[in-house]
Design a protein around this ligand. Structure first.
Ligand code: COA
Length: 501
């Protein structure tokens, strides 16, 4: 017997093994599919690749829903082949980004906690297929996910049919780290019984209806590594500012020495800032996040963190090799949940999270842009930053003060797109310092932000704008004809630095 069949413990399902090409042939023009995968982890790989190959020969278009970004170049191949009409709710691939920005792909940038509600409530329309990567299927009919849970549960429950990709390259030690819980429909919902990051409230896998399983496909491709950059001098300084802020909160008695559970966002900057906690005095840290990047494993190794809950594990190449070689060392300190639970506003508020996410830019009143370059071009998407920012005890946004070798100021008069309004933002951090804007009126906020966060090359021109805006009056003073002039200047001249008059 093919040894791999042991991973399918429901004997009746063993007869449903098909090739990726055959499974892909069931997906036809106009369908909508839900794919497993969250920040390049646990994505279905074989069937999406087979779909692309078919689409390159005979064009068709489908709508693609996922947990978050897909790895292994799948979003890029989707974009190149032109088979995707609509993409929801997050992506981070440069080719997909180009197709979104050219208008070829209709991208719906959605809070990651909320897509499950849309699927359950019928807003997305019916999903024809869910294609979910799994370690295997247990004898009690549970689909055991791999390195992410994402939206897999809601897709498996609500799609018309199910294709399962069993990935033999994923370590079997992953079994047991998942906690799969789906809330009741709206209107009948009970409180979600999770009061600590360590709580387990669901099942170790996703209960499936065997009758809905149309096919099972083998897959032996590992997740693709994350491309994050290691910490650098600036991010180390930013981590220092964050620690200073936290120490001040402890001294003021607003936080205890055991910090609240921490959420840390995607990307190099958030990873590096989280890494800074290793050399701090804070102990016994717990993470309640959506994605666990490299720094979380360093915190676990150093003994600084004792537990981490998320929806996915996304590691750079070196970490992936090291962590999965020795995964049994970590598994009792980890849990992976559906993204509607990892990012659920009710739980984020209850746990009083300390939330750290990265901004592309923010303005002098504290509005944050996480998604749009110069107000128009989509970068990745809002991801979970809004789920956490709006509901955390402390919504902290970090960014380097400049981008593109100093030609862009990441602190501007008016954010060119606003994902997190001034009402949702508590603390802003750059390598020049932090601005604690809680309980401050707009004019007070601007003073703090200009004094503490702006790069010195841009500080005089932002102060000058603020002075002239204040002279015109208003609760939130602006000169509307000039508010976006820094972005216009960059588009025209390749720098936001204004020439002296
Ligand atoms: N204008 C234009 N480009 C900017 C910019 C600005 N104000 N600020 C940064 N950039 C560019 C950088 O130059 C870099 O470009 P490159 O890829 O060509 O080198 C790119 O944006 C990424 O910036 P980087 O400094 O490397 O940050 P990062 O890897 O930490 O990513 C975000 C930052 C904002 C793109 C990323 O965190 C994100 O997509 N966030 C939204 C989702 C989110 O926050 N989820 C959190 C819940 S997990």
């Amino acid at each position: 017997m093919d040894q791999r069949l042991e991973r399918i413990q429901l004997p009746a399902l063993r007869e449903r093994v098909v090739s990726a090409q055959q499974a892909a042939s069931w997906i036809t023009d106009g369908m909508a599919i839900g794919l497993s995968g969250f920040t390049r982890a646990g994505d279905a790989k074989a069937v999406p690749n087979a779909l692309v190959e078919r689409g390159e020969k005979a064009p068709f278009r489908i709508d693609v829903y996922s947990g978050a970004s897909l790895g292994c170049g799948i979003d890029g191949r989707f974009a190149q082949s032109g088979i995707v009409r609509k993409r929801v709710p997050y992506q981070s691939d440069s080719l997909m980004r180009a197709s979104i920005n050219s208008g070829e792909v209709q991208f719906v940038d959605h809070h990651l906690s909320q897509t499950a509600e849309w699927v359950r409530g019928g807003v997305t329309g019916p999903l024809d297929f869910a294609i979910i990567e799994a370690l295997g299927i247990s004898e009690d009919g549970l689909l055991i996910p791999t390195t992410s849970v994402g939206n897999s549960m809601v897709f498996a429950h609500h799609a018309d049919q199910l294709i399962i990709e069993i990935n033999t390259a994923q370590p079997m030690e992953l079994e047991g780290i998942h906690d799969c819980y789906e809330p009741e429909a709206l209107g009948m919902r009970q409180p979600i019984p999770l009061v600590s990051p360590r709580d387990r409230i669901g099942t170790k896998g996703i209960p499936i209806d065997p009758a809905k399983v149309k096919g099972i496909v083998w897959n032996d491709q590992p997740d693709s590594p994350s491309p994050i950059e290691p910490p650098d001098a600036d991010t180390n300084i930013m981590a220092g500012h964050l620690l200073d802020f936290l120490r001040g909160e402890v001294q003021a008695g607003r936080l205890s020495e055991k910090l609240p559970p921490i959420q840390s966002g995607v990307g190099s900057v958030a990873n590096a800032v989280l890494h800074g906690l290793i050399d701090s005095e804070f102990e016994g840290l717990e993470l309640y996040s959506e994605v666990l990047q490299d720094a979380v494993f360093d915190l676990l190794d150093s003994g600084k963190a004792s537990f981490a809950s998320a929806s996915a594990i996304t590691l750079s190449a070196d970490y992936m090799e090291r962590i999965y070689r020795n995964f049994s060392h970590y598994r009792d300190r980890l849990v992976l949940r559906p993204q509607e639970i990892s990012n659920h506003p009710e739980i984020i508020r209850r746990l009083g999270l300390l939330s750290i996410n990265t901004a592309l830019e923010f303005d002098m009143y504290g509005n944050v842009n996480s998604t749009h370059v110069a107000g128009t071009k989509m970068m990745n998407g809002i991801g979970g930053s809004g789920d956490f920012g709006r509901n955390a005890q402390l919504a902290i946004f970090v960014t380097k003060s400049t981008a593109k070798n100093g030609r862009i100021s990441c602190v501007v008069p008016f954010a060119s797109h606003i994902d997190h309004t001034e009402h949702d933002v508590d603390v802003l951090v750059t390598e020049y310092g932090f601005a604690d804007i809680r309980n401050l009126a707009p004019r007070e906020r601007a003073e703090q932000i200009i004094a503490n966060c702006v790069h010195p090359d841009y500080r005089p021109q932002l102060q000058d704008y603020f002075n002239r805006a204040m002279a015109q009056g208003g609760h939130t003073p602006h000169i509307l004809s000039e508010a976006l002039s820094w972005h216009e200047l960059y588009t025209r001249e390749g720098t936001m630095i204004k020439k002296a008059q």
